[in-house]
Design a protein around this ligand. Sequence first.
Ligand SMILES: [Zn+2]
Length: 489
Amino acid sequence: MKRGKFAPVLIFALLLSGCSAFGFEEPTALGTPAGAKSTGDFEPVLSSSFDEPWSTDVTRQEMIETALFKLFADLDQIKDSNCQVKPVLYLGEPLLEEHHPLLEQIAFGMVSSFCDYLSEDIPVVAGSYEFLKQVMASEGLEGDEFGGNCGFDLVQDWASACAVYGVAWTGISLGTVRDGVSFVEERRLTIAAHELFHIVHDQINPQADPGTGSCLTYGCAGPVWFYEGAGEFFGRAMTQYLGLQNYATFVPTDRNGLYLDGDYLSDLDFLTPRRNKAGGVENYYSGQIAMEYMLANNGLIAVLAIWERMDEGVPFPAAFESEMGISLEDFYSKFKVLHSRLYDEAGYCNEGLGCEEWIKSDQTQDWYSGQNSQDNPDPSLDNERLLSNECLSVSAIWWAQCTELELGIPESPENSDHGYPLDYNMIAKIESCDEMELIGFDLRGWAVTFEARELSGASQANVSTQYYAALRYLDTNQDGVLCSPQVPD
Ligand SMILES: [Zn+2]
């Protein structure tokens, strides 16, 4: 995408008038912008339903309102308006001038709210992905091999945002101007806060930053529902705390627009390897509700302490149990009961749009240790498939060093222009080629190198050394290509 040379004039750190370079003050509150309505009408109200810990006999409204009550009370205690850590804003097209103050308010509000947990200034970039790359280059910020911060070569689609390498990028403009009045689409405000929250937890537990951190497993980063659920919950709750708009809820659908089976969405353990019936959004949806449940029970400080424990080297399940006062397993069963009921009562599957029935696979893994779970009917299977946690945690070139030597997977990875994320823990470890849709739509196989693709004749396969390495057990004839309909194994 060609963008001329607007960058040098538009790249700037916003200095607010009257502030010294070091003591940034918060912008004055703006009030709710036009168009920033939300589906919810939630107030921070404590419900007695949570007097009994982890009660499943609560309504969604009671849960959200209690979570907001405890969050806001905790934030009022820890908030620091004179925070020494600052957001550094870079604002480019297509973010509208009219919305600059909104982004400032979100960025400064987030930083002062979580000041106690922050140690480094946060670059906040709003605009196109090209603009982000220009900012990263001109500021000398560390980024991915493509010069961005998403970890793959994103083609701008105006609906993306990434928070990696300590940089929060929101590619989503905050809204439009209609008849001279700025309108904001509510989702966009929450996305800016969502990305900023990722920077907050990455500063608490830096090993889990997918760009600069060393962590490659759920044990040290937490599962996807946990960190993306946090992004969703705090993204929405913080816009309410900052006086911009009310907390909002959403319900995912699959790519046909159908609602999803409630049992599937209620199974956080199963959702852990980035399950993909709704394009991956199910971890965001279920994770948001799981966060509401955690906050309503234990408040903010205990939830943030989970990242602190992981930073000390405690694996996620133990960190969760020590701060939440319930084992991860028991939490998963409580959540299943609670969410199944709430989803049933809401009646999504009874409506015309329906729900396709979901039947759980009986092969699940112990995602946090990389070991098979004890009740697995065939323990040898998963041990052979998953790469060892010990190796993943020490090797930056896991595809070459953690896989079987005889496969000869090269150290320099090769990738065609497929756009899928390359971290080991982002790749769904599918059980057969029939499940390729869990990774993406209409995939025609993966080849380990361009040469292997050429030699095998699987011309429609994507090339990815990382995908091949993660899924190598599916290449039963070891021709360097797996799941190609053109050259089946
Ligand atoms: Zn996120």
